[in-house]
Design a binder for this molecule. Structure first.
Ligand code: SF4
Ligand code: SF4
Ligand code: SF4
Length: 236
């Protein structure tokens, strides 16, 4: 795996990555980091070459995590390399779906998580057993510091509970029952792979060791746990 940025710019630009100022300062605490190599490090790989944008992952997530209308822990951004109105080199039309591709937008499960660092109450925290960034709803004051601090714009307020929320790999709704994250299990096209990167025998470890994947804005030092396998066009 690597963290090449330039060839992946189209893939990664969908994350609204403008706000990084909070990362460097204003932290209420430090983040102990996911794991020190002794425990698991859960990661997810989004394979853009397989994703068809069906949205089943998002529906499954909303259902599994009882999210209200209008919010989601996961979105899919449609991207195209073509200039609007330009003729498609594949089909010759100006309006088509030939080059459509999608990017998963969700919490990056940073190993150095700004949301955890700035949360004054400890509501945004790292699960001790799994290292996953999650929420203690009872502690959340609704201050939105974590939302402002997230450089990936991946957090939101659940308007039903008035508690901040993020993708936590379905820690409570699925992993606690020994099940895969809902999005992973419901993707019929195998575009999502989840597992322990610290387990050299896991499928995700094997994939990461041989595929040319990217992470979003690794230069921020957040050490995201989401990896992206981008569509690349063949040389002509
Ligand atoms: S379910 Fe799979 S193929 Fe469908 S949008 Fe989600 S990641 Fe893509
Ligand atoms: S992507 Fe945002 S919400 Fe997720 S761990 Fe990183 S800072 Fe926190
Ligand atoms: S891992 Fe769970 S919480 Fe995260 S996007 Fe997938 S279904 Fe939603």
């Amino acid at each position: 795996m690597n963290d090449m940025m330039l060839p992946r710019r189209r893939l990664l630009q969908g994350m609204g990555l403008g706000s990084v100022a909070v990362l460097a300062g204003g932290c209420g605490s430090t983040d102990p980091g996911a794991q020190d190599g002794k425990g698991p490090h859960y990661v997810m790989l989004f394979d853009q070459t397989k994703c068809v944008g069906c949205g089943r992952c998002k529906e499954a997530c909303n259902q599994a995590n009882n999210l209200p209308e209008g919010v989601s822990r996961l979105t899919l951004e449609r991207q195209s390399d073509r200039v609007a109105g330009a003729v498609c080199p594949t089909c010759g039309k100006t309006e088509c779906n030939c080059d459509r591709k999608y990017v998963r937008v969700s919490c990056q499960q940073c190993q150095k998580a700004p949301c955890v660092m700035v949360c004054p109450t400890g509501a945004a925290h790292r699960d001790a057993k799994t290292g996953i960034v999650t929420m203690d709803a009872d502690k959340c004051a609704g201050c939105k510091y974590c939302i402002a601090a997230c450089p990936y714009q991946a957090r939101f307020i659940n308007q039903d509970t008035q508690v901040a929320d993020n993708c936590d790999f379905c820690l409570h709704s699925k992993l606690a029952k020994g099940e895969l994250p809902a999005c992973v299990s419901q993707c019929k096209f195998k575009a999502l792979v989840f597992g322990d990167a610290n387990d050299p025998d896991s499928y995700v470890s094997k994939l990461l060791s041989v595929k040319n994947t990217s992470r979003i804005k690794p230069h921020l030092g957040t050490e995201p746990s989401l990896h992206y396998l981008a569509i690349t066009k063949p040389e002509v």
